[in-house]
Each structure stands twice: as C-alpha cells, then as structure tokens.
Design a protein around this ligand. Structure first.
Ligand SMILES: Cc1cc2nc3c(=O)[nH]c(=O)nc-3n(C[C@H](O)[C@H](O)[C@H](O)COP(=O)(O)OP(=O)(O)OC[C@H]3O[C@@H](n4cnc5c(N)ncnc54)[C@H](O)[C@@H]3O)c2cc1C
Length: 485
C-alpha cells in the first residue's frame, strides 16, 4: 500500500451532517482542512444521495445538504479543503509534544485502489457517527434479516428494497422512517412493532416542543402509514424469525407489564428490519484517550464541553459520537465545532453566530433526551433472548453461555464476559453483539451501566479491519506522533 503525507490545520473524520458542516465552516473561515470519509461521497448515514440530482426516498433536510455541497465545491477547487473520500482511518495518534500534530493513517475502501494517506493535523474533529444497536432473537442470523439502518441505507443509496413483505421491529421513531420509506418504494410492510408505548414521549414534553420540525416529519409518517395501510403496533415485539435458509415469517407478541410476552401470532414475511436505536462509533476517540460518559440511552459517548472540545487538547467531537440525537443535533454541533476551531487557531473571534448555534445544540439535546426516555431497552430479556440464541455470531457464543459466565463464573462486566466466553472477539469486534452482551451482563436498566463496564465493548486497537499485507508494507516508523499499542 502506498501512502501520501498530507499536512493540514484541521482534519475532520466523518463527512456526515456533523463533520461536513464543521469542515465547510472552518475552511470558509480560513483553515486548511482535510475531510476524510469512508464513503465515496459526503453526506454520512443521513444524506445518502446518489451521484445524480435525484433525491432518495425518505431524505430530509435536502436544502441544507445542497447548500453545504455548494459551499464545499469552491473550497475543494481552491485547495482549502482536501477531500479524502473512500478512505477509512484505521489508526490515530495524539501529538507527542504541545507543538506536535495528530497523525491519522487511512486505507482506501474502494477495493480498486491501494492508496492510503498519513494525515498530520494540528486539530482534529472526530464526527464518526453511529451504528445500529441489535438485540438477538431466534432466527436473527437468517438471510433476509437486516438492521433497520441497513435497510434504510440500501434504500436511500441504491434504491434497493430488502424484501416484498417486510416486518419492522425494535424501538424508536427511526422505525417509522424505515417503514415509510420501504412502503413508498413498493414493499408491503406487514407490521411495525414498537416495543415501547408512544405515551412515554409525554415524560419529557419540553424535548418534543424544542424540535417543532419533528412534528411535521411525524405527520408525514402518519400520512404514509394510513395511505399504505401499515399496521403500527405499540407495545409489540418480534420474538422469533422463521425460515431454514431464508426468512419466511415472524412471531409477534404483545408486551405486558414488566416485559411479559403474550398473545403470540405469526405473519408471513420475506424480510425483517430490526433496530433498537444507535450507538456511537468511538474507536478513534478511545485510542486518543478522550473522556467518556454514559448517556441516558446506555450508550458510551464522548464527553465534550459546550464548545465541542473534548478532554484531549486540540481534539473536538460532534454529532452522534457525543450522544445519539439525529441529524439536526449533528449539524448544530458541527457548526459549533467549526467555529470553535476557528477561534482556537485565532482566525475568527466568537460571534453571535456561535450563540445561535449553541441554542440549536441545546434544543437538539433536549429532543435527544426525550427520545432516549421514550425508547428504553426491554425490561425482561429472559423470554426475548432465550439461552439457545447465538448472541455473538462471529464467535458463535450463545446467550446461555454468557448467562452461565455471569452467574456461575461471577463475571460481572462485559469485559469479563468477553474474556471468558470470547463474545465480541470476532471480526466485528463486538459492534453487533456489544449491546446484547452488556444487557446480559449488566441488566437492561442502563442507569446501572458504568464507563468502565462499557469501555471494553468499544475499545478496538485498529479502528477498522485492514489487511495484514497492507499493514506489513507500511513504514510505521516514518509516522509522526506516538503509535497506539
Ligand atoms: C446505517 C444508518 C442509517 C441511518 N439512516 C438515517 C436516516 O435515514 N434518517 C435519520 O434520521 N437518521 C439516520 N441514521 C442516524 C444517523 O446516525 C444520524 O441521523 C446522522 O447521520 C448523524 O450524523 P453524524 O454526522 O453524527 O454521523 P454520520 O452521518 O453517521 O456520519 C459519520 C461518517 O463518518 C464516517 N466514518 C466513520 N468512521 C470512519 C473512519 N474510521 N474513517 C473514515 N470515515 C469514517 C462514516 O462513513 C460516515 O459517513 C442512520 C444511522 C445509521 C447507522
């Protein structure tokens, strides 16, 4: 693998709503920026637009996206922004002296290129977003079962519909977006099973009214559900997925008090989309030793101050990585981060623009809190995740083995569970089973979850898998900064 060295004032990892906003603002203010993203186009998980002008089904905030892309273009042409797209950061090192730089190593994600970069940056924004949270149930490894975010991504980016008759299940308003999109694309969505009661939103009314735009989005979904005759089932859960070599059906149960399940019935489907919210992608922040906190949804998230500065000097964090709250929060935090970086490098003093952006962040955080309150994890996992279910599909570790380790071997944390059972030690490094292992080891009352207990589910020495060949070819001694172990 060949490697090109790039030196900039400010590197941004993640070209989603948070990173893209920050990169444009910082570059417009005079900073030299490198914008790095795994994908071939900017936009992140939220804006999955194709190469053409067409707006994908279910795309929101398109005006903001078009405006950001229009502002980005001249910055790229003038060289103020160096776009490193189709590149994944697999290693990051903090400056080893106050005047030193962050050092990031990337590899190409396209498969046809072996071009990597070594980016040295005085300041770094990590805006790496989030990934789907999963709870395994019988049949969840069958072909035809996808993560809700995965179904949405395939639809938005490729116009691909994951099935003809689809059941959607889990918790949170994202399920509405996924179901509405699939139905508008021609699929029959046979049910949307929401584990929680929508009345839980009333727990935090201030959070709902702080984002009036969400009401409009909600009304659109209601319209689609009525028009497409999509059955919305609150307090219902998919308990089993049937099929031998592909999904053929699901069992759905009603959720009673304390998570008891009853009134089971089956539906024929050829695809299932499951989602229990999202959790931040923190590998790079963990590698840099950034302080963390446990958010109200139980996710480990980066601790930042109100200007998006992390605990590591020169390191900023924005978007889902500071707490899952959606694209509006990500854009607002990206704006604050971009303005803070300009201030910190002495290019622009703080203005009323910062004040406005801070207000938007505060409103978005109130909504995020309401979202978490309305979408708690299931109370009773004994019936939902039976002992026989493979929780870690990479290492084929069942729920029974993890439970036995927790009770018989008294492994009290996901880390103990990982060491004794190998759950989370496979190729995905716990990205898929991390939530389930935490729930089985710690219980589902996330108020009892601690930073130390969750950290091992997020710590990955190499942020994304790269080939040993590519690693061997690198001259690691030539990199500046301190290498991670
Ligand atoms: C699969 C998926 C689909 C989603 N779809 C929607 C949707 O349709 N509607 C909605 O409201 N919300 C959706 N979300 C939720 C989404 O997380 C937020 O709404 C929003 O996109 C957050 O913006 P962000 O900038 O924080 O992160 P993102 O938009 O997730 O952007 C982060 C970017 O960082 C890049 N990245 C991460 N790690 C690296 C690395 N090591 N090297 C290089 N690049 C890296 C990723 O490729 C990504 O482009 C989705 C989430 C997921 C996981």
């Amino acid at each position: 693998m060949s490697e090109i060295r790039v030196q900039v004032d400010f590197a941004v990892v993640g070209g989603g709503p948070a990173g893209l906003t920050a990169a444009v603002i910082a570059a417009e203010g005079g900073a030299n920026v490198a914008l790095i993203d795994f994908n071939a186009r900017v936009g992140g998980q939220y804006w999955r637009h194709g190469a053409g002008e067409a707006t994908p089904i279910g795309q929101h905030h398109t005006t903001e996206l078009r405006s950001l892309i229009a502002r980005l273009k001249p910055l790229v042409s003038s060289g103020r922004v160096r776009e490193l797209l189709g590149q994944q950061v697999w290693n990051v090192a903090a400056p080893n002296s106050p005047s030193g730089a962050f050092s990031l190593r990337t590899t190409a994600t396209t498969g046809t290129s072996d071009q990597g970069y070594c980016v040295e940056a005085q300041r770094l924004l990590v805006a790496t977003g989030a990934y789907d949270r999963q709870l395994p149930i019988p049949g969840w490894t069958l072909p035809g079962v996808v993560a809700a975010g995965g179904a949405q991504a395939l639809l938005k980016e490729h116009g691909y519909v994951v099935g003809k008759r689809i059941a959607v299940g889990g918790t949170g308003p994202f399920l509405l977006s996924v179901a509405a999109g699939l139905a508008r694309a021609g699929a029959a969505v046979v049910s949307v099973c929401e584990y929680n009661s929508p009345l839980l939103w009333a727990r935090t009314p201030i959070g709902i009214i702080s984002q009036p735009g969400k009401a409009g989005e909600g009304a659109q979904y209601v319209g689609t559900f009525i028009h497409k005759r999509i059955p919305y089932l609150p307090r219902h859960v998919i308990t089993e997925i049937h099929g031998s070599d592909h999904v053929t059906g699901v069992t759905i149960a009603k959720v009673g008090r304390n998570g008891t399940l009853f009134a089971h019935r089956t539906k024929q489907v050829d695809a299932v989309a499951l989602g229990w919210g999202f959790t931040p992608q923190l590998e790079l922040l963990e590698a840099l030793g950034a302080s963390m906190r446990v958010d109200s949804d139980g996710s480990l998230v980066a601790r930042v101050d109100h200007t998006q500065r992390s605990s590591v000097p020169g390191l900023y964090v924005a978007g889902e990585a500071t707490g899952v709250g959606g694209a509006t929060k990500a854009m607002a935090e990206g704006e604050v981060a971009g303005l803070t970086v300009l201030h910190d490098v002495g290019l622009e003093s703080r203005t009323s623009r910062v004040t406005q952006a801070l207000k938007r962040v505060a409103r978005a955080n109130r909504f995020a809190h309401a979202l978490h309150n309305a979408s708690p994890l299931p109370a009773n996992l004994e019936t939902l995740i039976p002992d026989s279910v493979a929780v870690c599909r990479c290492e084929e570790v069942t729920a029974g083995v993890i439970r036995a380790a927790t009770t018989e071997l008294e492994t009290a944390t996901p880390r103990d569970g990982k060491i004794t059972t190998r759950a989370g030690m496979g190729r995905c490094q716990g990205r898929e089973c991390g939530l389930a292992v935490s729930c089985l080891s710690l219980g589902t009352d996330t108020r009892n979850w601690s930073i130390d207990a969750l950290r091992p589910t997020q710590k990955r020495a190499i942020a994304t898998p790269i080939s040993l060949g590519a690693l061997a070819e690198l001259d690691l001694n030539s990199s500046s900064g301190k290498d991670n172990e």
